[in-house]
Design a binder for this molecule. Sequence first.
Ligand SMILES: Cc1cc2nc3c(=O)[nH]c(=O)nc-3n(C[C@H](O)[C@H](O)[C@H](O)COP(=O)(O)OP(=O)(O)OC[C@H]3O[C@@H](n4cnc5c(N)ncnc54)[C@H](O)[C@@H]3O)c2cc1C
Length: 277
Amino acid sequence: MAVPDIGNSHFCFYNFECQDFCLLFTRITVEQMTNSTVFQFTKQNLANIVSYKIELMNQHKRKELQAVKVISNDLLTDDVHYISVEKPFDFKAGQVVAIAMHADDEPRLYSIASGINKQHLSILFDVKPDGELTPPLSLVQPNDTVYISEPFGKFLCLEQPATWIATGTGIAPFISLVESARAENIHLLHGARTLDKFFFQDYLEAQLGHNYLRFCTTESNEKTIAGRLTSYLENTENLPTDNKYYLCGSSQMVIDVREILIARGIAFDNIIAEIYF
Ligand SMILES: Cc1cc2nc3c(=O)[nH]c(=O)nc-3n(C[C@H](O)[C@H](O)[C@H](O)COP(=O)(O)OP(=O)(O)OC[C@H]3O[C@@H](n4cnc5c(N)ncnc54)[C@H](O)[C@@H]3O)c2cc1C
């Protein structure tokens, strides 16, 4: 088995037994690898995901981190923060930055969650209690210093009409796109476990009206659709087959949604994903 490392927590490999690429979504050692711990993909599907991930990792490794001052740190829910920092460069809506607490730390990637014309650059993240970056990042105060790369990435969602699909903090690039007036002809579908996780929902509702749909799995109110976003995608009659579908969120969400969309007749090339590895 050839095992190229494609990030700080994920690996892909070519499995000679089943003659296909496999991708691991959990951090396990090579010795622990078995086929049952592996998600198997078609070559085209996986090659796309892996090459994008490798490209992102390589891009951020080539970029220097620079010091910026924290402007604000807002706690949106018990574990989700919206942090704004000085904006030392221009960016395109949908891009990511690499962020670290210190110049020589291994940075993590974050979608920019603010519009291109805003004075500051913001990110939206949830705290992984045993993660390296997010616990200290959640404690920063105005005027503290953090380290940030130039923006990069190709999740620009240029084509419309389109359906944008997010779960959790995967809403971040879409907030940037809406704030950058780049949401002319789109539907935005956001899935979350609880009602407090529809970040910036008042703003998104004001901007997108009925084209903004919220799916909540454990709670309900008059503004949300009860249940999983995936059930809606499986069952709705109104699924345009020639739109682009832009997906952002966890690996599992992207896998599930991609599978459903393909089963519903959406061409593979019309599904573009940003995965929060
Ligand atoms: C393109 C891209 C954009 C992203 N954008 C966002 C965004 O906008 N918002 C957002 O919240 N996240 C985003 N992410 C995810 C983000 O980069 C980080 O992975 C996340 O915030 C966790 O960082 P951390 O340093 O706190 O955790 P890490 O230290 O990276 O750990 C991540 C998880 O792995 C587990 N782990 C760590 N070490 C081990 C080990 N040895 N064995 C087993 N498990 C282990 C931890 O428990 C933790 O749950 C993005 C990722 C990518 C690739």
